[in-house]
Design a protein around this ligand. Structure first.
Ligand code: SF4
Ligand code: SF4
Length: 90
């Protein structure tokens, strides 16, 4: 699932909290307001929404779904990671 990020400029108070928390680097400042990037992929974690006091950020699912091949690959990687964690604990 892909996500679209929007910022309501009227609500944004320019605190820059969203810039601090988004590890993907989604936001930049423009004339004292946060602006989401068109080139950065949002993971949908909603951390930026939670830290935004004036509730200026909206995250919506864009309806673009990941291909079954990609999802299979991700689940294989997840399994590998679990195995690695188990073997590290043993
Ligand atoms: S956290 Fe909210 S109020 Fe603060 S800069 Fe980001 S969008 Fe604006
Ligand atoms: S939802 Fe998560 S990944 Fe998306 S812009 Fe906010 S902090 Fe960044």
């Amino acid at each position: 699932m892909a996500y679209k990020v929007t910022v309501d400029r009227k609500k944004c108070n320019g605190c820059e909290e969203c810039l601090e928390v988004c590890t993907g680097g989604m936001f930049r400042m423009d004339r004292g307001k946060a602006v989401p990037s068109e080139d950065v992929e949002c993971m949908g974690c909603e951390t930026c929404m939670r830290v935004c006091d004036p509730k200026a950020i909206t995250i919506t699912a864009s309806g673009v779904t990941l291909s079954p091949t990609f999802m299979n690959l991700m689940s294989v990687l997840d399994d590998d990671e679990e195995e690695t964690l188990k073997s590290n604990r043993a």
